[in-house]
Design a protein. Sequence first.
Length: 244
Amino acid sequence: MRAIKPLMNDARSALVLFSGGQDSTTCLAWALERFAHVETVAFDYRQRHRIELDQRLVVLDQIRQAFPHWAERLGEDHFIDMGVLGQISDTSLTRDVAFAMEKDGLPNSFVPGRNLLFFTFAAAVAWRRNIRNLVGGMCETDFSGYPDCRDNTIKALQVTLNLGMDRAFVLHTPLMWLDKAETWGLANELGGPPLVDLILEHTHTCYDSVRGTRSNWGYGCGECPACALRKRGFIAWREGRPSL
């Protein structure tokens, strides 16, 4: 069976914000289980961990090989150059500076406007591709405190996008109320050990782009905020307890 061609604002289709990390890969699997046609979109904002942009292509290829029933639904991949976001951002994700907490309580890895712009640009692609559902890995339960990951932000953005584009987009955030242990569990529910192994071996989360020796939770420095969440969640999932 070939992937369907989306109809106007097609409810059977979805566009996944796909970075190639643990969360976005789990969201892609979630979408592939629910929608007949799924496309992906990535953003290059000159992030210091740009290795994720290469690794995401490996993840897509591995999904097609390991899950033929999903491969039938997996459609076009889109790539958007958002270098201007990196130019105007002074953060530890766009500059070679140490990770730290700011005076306002936010980590300096917060890129102002990032998820707002990601969903806005994704909606523009979805508008052209006649896709209704937009899927992102934002999470309010086990995260770094980014305000553009909060449920109220996403709900408000959905209203804004629908008013501004005259469409009926639905913004899905399947990880919103899951901690990292539960995210590992969701991946296991969706694709079993093969998907968990794929995430461990091929996804990239580390902000420092470390892909040397693989740990039991995957590749990474083990110290940056993203690695700390991923490692803690994996250990908690294996031990059957929350990661918080």
